[in-house]
Design a protein around this ligand. Structure first.
Ligand code: RP5
Length: 164
């Protein structure tokens, strides 16, 4: 067992600008995590090893981002019952709709929780991972609630330009 609670995986270093939003959230909430490039297509054996050892290493969830033929989240989920949170990364030619369809269309029996395309999805996947950890951690739950309250205050303070 390690003390790592959340794994943040991505299919390529080109996914990092999006996936770093997930890592930022985990850092904010002080969640022990790791980040790694694990490509479903370019390094399948390593991907399977990661999935196969996730539960015994004590991971609570895996956030997996991929673009295009985005098989990483689904194939991880095929090899572990640790919850997989999928983030569709915007692709060069189809803007990430292809990634979204790849990740969201899992067959019955092998779930992947699929989030929005891009940075919002990455951040929300991490917030979801935090929320799952907060179920058994009242202090973390309080911090998550404070985050929501702060977000509400920011929205309430938003102003628009005056009428011309
Ligand atoms: C996917 O292919 C990765 O997740 C990435 O989004 C996409 C393109 O990868 P690169 O060609 O930029 O390495 O596996």
């Amino acid at each position: 067992m390690t003390d790592i609670k959340v794994g943040v995986l991505m299919g390529s270093s080109s996914d990092w600008p999006v996936m770093q939003r997930a890592v930022e959230i985990l850092e904010f909430f002080d969640i022990p995590h790791e980040k790694q490039v694990v490509s479903a297509h370019r390094m399948p054996d390593q991907m399977f090893r990661y999935a196969e050892t996730a539960a015994s290493r004590g991971l609570s969830s895996i956030i997996a981002g991929a673009g295009g033929a985005a098989h990483l989240p689904g194939m991880l989920a095929a090899k572990t019952t640790v919850p997989v949170l999928g983030v569709p990364v915007p692709s060069r030619h189809l803007s990430g709709l292809d990634s979204l369809y790849s990740i969201v269309q899992m067959p019955k029996g092998v779930p992947v929780a699929t989030f929005a395309i891009g940075e919002a999805g990455a951040a929300n996947a991490a917030l979801f991972a935090v929320a799952m950890l907060a179920i058994g951690d009242p202090q973390l739950a309080e911090k998550l609630q404070a985050f929501r309250i702060e977000q509400q205050a920011k929205a309430q303070a938003m102003t628009l330009p005056p009428e011309q």
